[in-house]
Design a protein around this ligand. Structure first.
Ligand SMILES: NC(=O)c1ccc[n+]([C@@H]2O[C@H](COP(=O)([O-])OP(=O)(O)OC[C@H]3O[C@@H](n4cnc5c(N)ncnc54)[C@H](O)[C@@H]3O)[C@@H](O)[C@H]2O)c1
Length: 344
């Protein structure tokens, strides 16, 4: 069984290139959203614990592979030197149930979230969108900007975080990314003049990181940090003004910005699920003045796409280690032979 560590992912990205990887991942996401009905899927089971949430994200393509991801979100973790979000995951064969790969997924989550936002932005934002505002400059932030640069000619990135050190880190990591950086003193200042607003903060509460009055016509919003019960980032009144697209209504209604509404109202508010845009059944934007909103929570299908791509590339480039996590013996019923070396 292949084990993909943090070092393996870093090696893969350095060898293959970050842009190439995100581009391939966007293609994989299009392929997988494009065959939405062929997956067995479910809203992720979440266990809420003091200070955070623990989630498991299973999905099966009914053809070759089953995947799952374990992920947490503990917004106060950075206060003790730990990340807010960490993850691990697995890819298994469905014909015999054998696991093929176990992988780190903290970096893979940042990559797949960036590729998914980029895909949504490509389908929904104005073609001439060039100014991005990013609120929350934590672990996900630079990956998000990388993704957006692949789908629009971004000239300016305006950014704000309540933590000045997180903004300093963002500035350093953005070096060489060929955009004008504008450090802002508030979220309101950051969104001024922005064509695309990416909100990616972490706070286990219903907060108004973005206020309705600041949202101008024609803007596209990627709302990523509202992704579990009682954890949202937008003022409620933004939603009825927007063309709202979610990944998977059944999960988004529990976890996304749309959780603030009754199911009846939410069903009316949501214009489409992502797969309907990918398949061309519905349009991401009706005109230049419309406000579009990708109310993202992150779904198992995106983890499936990233695990599968990582498996394929790691096979091609001989990356990762083979370890015995599954017993292998001549007689498949003789499991005891592995632990009792005294018996021949
Ligand atoms: N939708 C998805 O698929 C998806 C995937 C991954 C992460 N997420 C979510 O994205 C969020 C960010 O994740 P991360 O790994 O970057 O976390 P992080 O803790 O590294 O970064 C979050 C940043 O937000 C800042 N922040 C908090 N409240 C703020 C506010 N009111 N205004 C401005 N900045 C504020 C924090 O100071 C921090 O720097 C989390 O809420 C996480 O659950 C969503």
């Amino acid at each position: 069984m292949k084990i993909i560590t943090i070092e393996s992912v870093a090696q893969l990205i350095q060898q293959y290139g970050l842009d190439n990887y995100i581009k391939d991942l966007m293609k994989a996401l299009k392929r997988d959203f494009g065959r939405w009905d062929s997956f067995t899927k479910m809203p992720r089971p979440a266990m809420h614990v003091p200070g955070g949430v623990l989630e498991l994200m299973p999905i099966c393509d009914n053809d070759k592979y089953y995947t799952f991801k374990y992920v947490n979100c503990h917004p106060k973790n950075p206060l003790t030197g730990k990340m807010t979000v960490v993850a691990t995951g697995q890819l298994s064969r469905i014909d015999n149930g054998y696991p093929l790969m176990f992988s780190e997924m903290t970096i893979l989550t940042a990559l797949r979230t960036a590729a998914t936002s980029a895909l949504a932005t490509d389908l929904m934002a104005r073609k001439n969108a060039k100014v991005v505002a990013i609120i929350g400059t934590g672990a996900q932030s630079e990956f998000q900007i990388k993704g957006l640069q692949l789908v629009r000619k971004i000239t300016e990135v305006r950014y704000f975080d309540i933590d000045k050190k997180a903004m300093d880190k963002f500035e350093k990591n953005m070096k060489g990314m060929k955009v004008q950086l504008v450090r802002c003193k508030s979220a309101e200042e950051a969104v001024k003049g922005a064509d695309i607003i990416t909100v990616v903060t972490a706070c286990k509460a219903n907060v108004h990181v973005i206020k309705n009055a600041w949202v101008k016509e024609g803007v596209h919003i990627n709302a990523l940090g509202g992704d579990t019960i009682n954890k949202t980032e937008l003022e409620k009144s933004i939603l009825p003004r927007s063309r709202v697209v979610v990944e998977y209504f059944d999960q988004s209604f529990i976890e996304g910005e749309i959780q603030k509404f009754s199911e009846k109202v939410a069903r009316k508010l949501v214009y489409a699920e992502m797969h309907e845009l990918v398949n061309g059944k519905k349009k991401g934007r009706a005109n230049e003045n419309e406000i579009t909103l990708f109310d993202s929570v992150g779904i198992g299908l995106e983890d499936y796409s990233v695990l599968r791509l990582t498996y394929e590339l790691s096979e091609k480039y001989h990356i990762g280690e083979d370890r015995n996590l599954i017993p292998s013996m001549r007689d498949p019923k003789n499991l005891m032979s592995i632990v009792r070396k005294d018996i021949k």
